[in-house]
Design a protein around this ligand. Sequence first.
Ligand code: NAI
Length: 330
Amino acid sequence: MKILFYDTKPYDSMSFDAALPSYPEITVEYLKTDISEKTASLARGYDAVCLFVASDVNAAVIRALSDAGVRLILMRCAGFNNIDMEAARAAGMTVLRVPGYSPEAIAEHALALAFAVNRRIHKAYIKVRENNFSLMGLTGVNFYGKTAGIVGTGKIGMAMCRDCHGIGMQVLAYDKYPAKNAPDYVKYVSLDELLSESDLISLHCPLTEETYHMIDLAAIEKMKQDVILVNTSRGALISTNDLIAGIRQYKFLGVGLDVYEEESENVFENREDDILETSVTARLLSFPNVIVTSHQGFLTREALEAISRTTLDNAASFAAGNPIQANIVS
Ligand code: NAI
């Protein structure tokens, strides 16, 4: 089994190189460039390609991969909204992913964003470096005794419920398919009730046609004054323009975003010398109560190890003619 990796960063190759000795039947080659219609042809002679969240796996890319003889796409991530699955099915391409690697990694990042934006750690860090020891503008709230609203209680959402319970918060949850074995401290409510009762709202459901822009102006209007909103799931769960309108109306104590619309051009790239062509990111960054990180929720050693192991298990199982059913994207 020969795999060509696209969009490879040093932390990817390090974790895969560490896992590879356990898979003697697999050889890999790493490319820095991401996949496109043009670069897909580089995969000729390989059995599989390995891609990540920011890759645009559209119909033309799938056709080019199929023409190059590739039969398998290995996603080294959970999400697959960036793949044209209809085109993949039509080309007879198998897509395997890593459905859950370290839910705690993403939940802890969501919590880190909530803590940081609440206590204005991003501003305090800069101020103290400039010998400005004034506390003006840094007032936050206690989370203890407040209410967390968790939207989507799958693997990551449930880890976030545990974390919020652990710091003494009441936990409200909304899920289209509530978990049957949820702990007693998780109280399922309607989305409207969650929006109107929560002091901290954290999004953990997938991006689908149904959840696209689930946080729009109408949803923001239902929220409590001085709510903290965190999104570590997918950018388009929130309408950015509506969010900006809400921020301008002083609705939010804080907003923490690990994902945002139009992030694809930026994700994992150093663009410090670029003049950004869209103003949405710049506008978000201009607000004192907003923290944006660049899709780094997954970035812990434990998560990287789990991603490489499952991706290589996926490749080995496909090569053995028995792909891991639970990891197939259909
Ligand atoms: P999961 O599949 O375990 O859980 C998703 C939950 O959302 C399920 O309980 C499902 O019933 C619920 N859901 C589905 N449709 C819904 C709707 N319309 N309304 C409310 N809830 C709905 O997924 P997991 O592993 O917890 O991941 C959640 C999301 O986190 C992924 O979809 C992905 O977008 C994102 N993610 C972000 C990462 C990052 O680095 N920031 C890394 C990994 C995942």
